[in-house]
Design a protein around this ligand. Structure first.
Ligand SMILES: CC(C)(COP(=O)(O)OP(=O)(O)OC[C@H]1O[C@@H](n2cnc3c(N)ncnc32)[C@H](O)[C@@H]1OP(=O)(O)O)[C@@H](O)C(=O)NCCC(=O)NCCS
Length: 170
């Protein structure tokens, strides 16, 4: 599946994106705040492309076929999951050089449209740690609403407070 917006193409990750992914994902401002450690080598980025980014509904956010971020839906097919039955969670990041241009919102709008219209998903959740003002703004601009507060631990084992939000099909 390929999704297009005015400025972006969302497409499946390719092994040849590994260099590009490493360039952005080694930045400590990207991963830890979203729950994963900075990448330490191109080989690690390649492994993530083959394992994590090969999952369904996981896209490279590209400009001129260069991957500048990632966006995807995580599916939780468990009845007792935090999100409830068949929970779906939106996740995203954009390379730092591209922050502040509304690109995460632009990519997410298209993916949400695809989720509601094509995949017939009824409700999508997302969460962020309270310090992540940037991610909160993205979700607000997308129309997400408050769901609940959530305790968690970050990748370093420190306790964190997160806000969970949700968006329903109109
Ligand atoms: C969250 C993230 C995806 C936002 O992407 P983006 O395309 O820059 O989003 P926007 O352009 O809509 O900007 C969102 C907010 O970020 C802030 N922002 C914008 N440019 C910024 C910059 N250069 N530095 C710091 N903050 C900035 C602004 O508060 C902005 O809100 P505003 O439009 O109301 O002023 C991006 O910052 C990112 O990848 N962060 C690290 C990973 C992450 O947090 N992922 C989400 C995990 S829950």
């Amino acid at each position: 599946m390929i999704l297009k917006t005015e400025r972006l193409v969302l497409r499946p990750w390719k092994e040849t994106d590994a260099e590009c992914l490493y360039h952005f994902a080694k930045n400590p401002k990207i991963g830890p705040i979203a729950g994963w450690p900075p990448h330490e080598s191109v080989e690690e980025s390649l492994e993530i492309i083959k394992t994590v980014f090969s999952k369904k509904e996981t896209y490279a956010i590209t400009i001129d076929d260069n991957a500048i971020g990632a966006i995807g839906l995580l599916f939780y097919p468990y009845t007792n999951h935090f999100w409830g039955e068949n929970g779906v969670e939106l996740g995203y990041w954009i390379g730092e050089e591209y922050w502040g241009q509304g690109l995460a919102v632009e990519a997410a709008e298209e993916l949400l449209k695809h989720a509601f219209e094509d995949l017939k998903i009824e409700k999508i959740h997302a969460c962020f740690i309270y310090e992540n003002h940037q991610s909160k703004r993205v979700l607000e601009k997308l129309g997400f609403r408050y769901f609940c507060d959530k305790e968690n631990t970050d990748i370093y084992g420190n306790e964190t407070r997160e806000m969970a939000m949700f968006l329903e099909k109109e």
